[in-house]
Design a protein around this ligand. Structure first.
Ligand code: NAD
Length: 314
């Protein structure tokens, strides 16, 4: 079996590549990545072929898809602020790039597993939120993910491809970037905590998020490929539990060398107050799937940040 992972040099993609090589006996893995945010170093030690190129380039996608049985399509512009600065580029990569991948997958007869986002729910306040709830994207990024998942599922219906569109909630773990202004909260807090800096909390800290460890995501994606799972509607991929920012700081203190200090900052416009996934569909499709508990996940994340010499000043 040959599996193509687009965006496979990124945080989630490279973790999935490692798992596919470990868990799927005899599988070969190919990565298509333009290295815009991904890093070659994430693939060090992985016996995977790397094609450096863009999902928007039809010829590159066609050669990357040759002989492929399943594609995990994770390549995207993943930043909301970048999508607000350049919505046309966001559309080109996240939507047109997805159609290019789908078209090539259709010709190869490959299964398509896609990384959509909980951002598609936008202003919908339902908690827990099920996939049948209305969507209301707040940014070009969220709109691009909604459009792309619609294409993925439409290709499934139109051409009989097994397709699966996961809506990832807040994924965290080793290899996640902490060093840019819009970094996700767990890498940002872990990095700041290990450097003895205050953890920036926007607003009162009572806002909640549903975190899922990257190894849980990799486990489920790997199983989706092994079982060639398809589903006609989107599937939430989340922990199915929520935690407030203040409670997260408490949990993090257990894995940091000294109790972290918190710095309150003004609330961010457009931030969702509460986020919690209904994960019943995920559990039906993948019965018995186990989650990495938050305490373990935070410990593994802190270990990784320590191994990256975070003691050094930045
Ligand atoms: P990431 O930035 O580490 O990974 C994205 C990868 O795609 C990078 O390796 C990047 O170089 C590559 N890429 C970008 N544009 C490309 C292009 N035109 N052609 C080929 N490769 C390209 O981010 P991540 O957190 O690993 O995200 C992976 C996927 O999961 C993305 O689609 C993202 O939108 C989605 N997602 C992530 C989260 C999360 O919490 N991290 C939540 C929801 C959805």
């Amino acid at each position: 079996m040959l599996v193509l992972v687009t965006g496979g040099a990124g945080f989630i993609g490279s973790t999935v590549v490692d798992r596919l090589l470990r868990e799927l006996p005899g599988a070969s893995v190919r990565v298509l990545d333009d290295l815009s945010t991904g890093r070659r170093a994430n693939l060090a030690g992985a016996d995977a072929e790397l094609i450096v190129g863009s999902v928007t380039d039809r010829g590159t996608v066609a050669s990357a898809m040759a002989g492929v049985d399943a594609v995990l399509h994770l390549a995207a512009i993943g930043s909301v602020p970048l999508s607000i600065d350049d919505p046309v580029r966001c559309h080109a990569v996240n939507v047109t790039g997805t159609v290019e991948v789908l078209q090539a997958a259709r010709e190869a007869g490959a299964q398509v597993v896609f990384a959509s986002s909980s951002a598609v729910y936008g202003t919908n306040p339902a908690t827990p939120i099920s996939e049948d709830e209305w969507t209301a994207p707040l940014s070009p990024y969220a709109a691009s993910k909604l459009a792309a998942e619609a294409y993925v599922l439409a290709y499934g219906r139109s051409y009989g491809l097994p397709t699966l569109a996961f809506r990832f909630f807040n994924v965290y773990g080793p290899r996640q970037a902490a060093d840019h202004p819009y970094a996700a909260v767990i890498p940002k807090f872990t990095d700041a905590g290990l450097r003895g800096r205050p953890l920036p909390i926007h607003g009162d800290g009572q806002q909640t998020r549903d975190f899922v460890h990257v190894d849980t995501v990799a486990r489920i994606l790997c199983r989706a490929v092994a079982e060639r799972t398809g589903h006609p509607a989107p599937v939430n991929l989340a922990g199915g539990a929520s935690i407030s920012m203040l409670a997260l700081v408490d949990q993090l203190s257990a894995v940091l060398p000294e109790p972290p200090r918190v710095r309150h900052e003004p609330p961010r416009a457009g931030d969702v107050r509460h986020s919690l996934a209904d994960v019943r569909r995920l559990r039906e499709l993948f019965p018995g799937v186990t989650q990495v508990p938050l305490a373990d996940g935070l410990a593994r994340t802190a270990d990784w940040f320590r191994s990256q010499c975070v003691g050094a000043p930045r």
